[in-house]
Write a protein that binds this ligand. Structure first.
Ligand code: FRU
Length: 469
């Protein structure tokens, strides 16, 4: 489909869908979400020339995983975002089945996108091209076409380039499936973003002591914090454990040492990046002052996504909040980015028995709880968090069968830092040791009730509403 045929339909879908989405009580007040249609992965997250840019996988034409474009927002402060022209549409032979995920770099003052051109054939097979696009003076992007073809020894599932600068070279990690249907992460190097030299597999199923670790690894990201190098990835097909990796697909981190000279990544075991019901395909970037930020998709492919009630209002999914990453003793920590504190209204405090705490309006709420457990948090009778001596259990009913589903975080919990926004909850544990992100769809305006005889110390703030302009 050429852009000349897709654009009128996109405009029509936005005109018809946006009023429905924005008036939906489930629509977020301060998280990023599509004005109509389906949003999935964050793409091209970058601080470029003093502005943050965040692109996103977007199907404006419906709530199915089709017609993927790159939508585009920008912001100076990570709070006030503005819509930018659609950056990429699937209108060339090399990206006709979707402009899939990728990243952005500052190439000598030119905002440059590296993305996957996905091509599906009638016989069900597919190929993938890694492509470039550069921003022009109108703020739109000119496609330069493919720079990497499908490497030999891999299936058509090779995608999601994340590119960064190290020394005087560009490096890329790429998600891949090898011809034995094993998930892998490939590393490549380039002097000019146009010519790429493969440096081999740096992690994956059957590598570095991991054993069988899935059939496809999506959305890799490699970065160093202090002494430790982290690889974030979304391995598909890893085993569900009793209390970990329970979503249809996981998002994980591996920590270790990366050697640029030998292209070796010696790393430890998988850790879940987020233990909630909805989290996938995160991407990181660096701020001008050197902080490593992360944003993720608050959704998961192939789960119950197509049963979410917002589809009736023509929209589906949202981003997580922006998080700041740190490393402590080789572990990855995530905290809400400091900029978000500017959303806070007046501070309130409570100390005493959990059950004696006031019922809190949870539409837009930030809450910091300290205590030692024995408490249940009831989010609008739709989502429940049990905080006990061994950790946390988050419970909600299946949107399909009505059965209870659970997610877990194990370990002693002393602090919960909770962000609520209409139909989402992000629970940060022990100053960033863990996070649980989940959507939920209360029948009425969300309220939070604390239950239990144990004592709790609470600080909380209503959060302001922010419109994307
Ligand atoms: C992850 C993903 C990526 C792909 C994109 C397509 O959610 O499947 O691997 O590039 O979504 O929308």
């Amino acid at each position: 489909m050429g852009s000349t045929t897709l654009l009128p339909q996109i405009l029509n879908a936005v005109m018809r869908g946006q009023p429905k989405a924005l008036s939906d009580p489930h629509y977020p007040g301060w998280h990023l979400a599509p004005v109509t249609g389906l949003l999935n992965d964050p793409n091209g997250f970058i601080n470029f020339a003093g502005r943050y840019h965040l692109f996103y996988q977007w199907n404006a034409l419906g709530c199915e995983h089709k017609f993927k474009c790159w939508g585009h927002w920008s912001s100076t402060d990570l709070l006030h975002w503005q819509h930018e022209p659609i950056a990429l549409m699937p209108d060339e032979a090399f990206d006709r089945s979707g402009c899939y995920s990728g990243s952005a770099v500052d190439d000598n003052g030119v905002l440059t996108l590296i993305y996957t051109g996905n091509v599906k054939f009638d016989d069900g097979s597919r190929t993938a091209w890694q492509c470039l696009a550069v921003q022009n003076e109108a703020g739109c992007f000119d496609k330069l076409g493919p720079v990497i073809a499908l490497p030999e020894g891999y299936t058509g599932h090779v995608r999601d380039p994340k590119v960064w600068r190290h020394g005087d070279q560009w490096y890329m990690v790429l998600g891949a499936q090898d011809s034995h249907k094993q998930g892998k992460v490939l590393l490549l190097r380039s002097a000019d973003l146009r010519h790429w030299h493969p440096l081999g597999e740096i992690a994956g199923s059957g590598l570095n002591g991991l054993g069988d670790a899935g059939y496809m690894w999506e959305c890799p990201d490699l970065f160093t914090l202090g002494e430790t190098t982290f690889l974030i990835c979304c391995p598909q097909g890893i085993a569900h454990e009793e209390q970990r990796f329970l979503n249809a697909h996981a998002s994980a981190w591996l920590a270790g040492n990366f050697n640029y000279d030998t292209a070796d990544f010696a790393h430890g075991p998988f850790h879940e990046l987020d233990a909630g019901f909805e989290f996938y395909a995160p991407q990181t970037t660096l701020t001008a002052d050197g902080r490593r930020l992360l944003i993720g998709w608050m959704g998961v492919p192939d789960g119950e996504e197509m049963y979410q009630p917002t589809i009736a209002q023509s929209w589906l999914h949202q981003m997580t909040c922006v998080r700041e990453l740190d490393a402590r003793d080789g572990r990855l920590l995530q905290r809400p980015v400091a900029e978000l504190q500017a959303l806070r209204g007046d501070e309130h405090r409570y100390y005493g028995r959990a059950s004696g705490a006031p019922v809190l309006a949870a539409q837009r709420l930030e809450l910091v709880l300290t205590g030692s457990g024995g408490i249940t948090l009831n989010f609008a009778e739709t989502l429940y968090l049990d905080w006990h001596g061994e950790g946390l259990r988050l419970a909600r009913r299946s949107l399909v069968s009505g059965e209870w589903h659970y997610r877990y975080w194990r370990g002693a919990v002393t602090e919960l830092h909770i962000l609520c926004d209409h139909s989402s909850v992000e629970i940060f544990i022990n100053e960033g040791e863990g996070v649980m992100s989940s959507r939920y769809f209360p029948a009425h305006h969300a309220q939070l009730t604390l239950i239990g005889d144990e004592e709790v110390n609470a600080r909380y703030w209503p959060l302001r509403h922010l419109m994307v302009e």
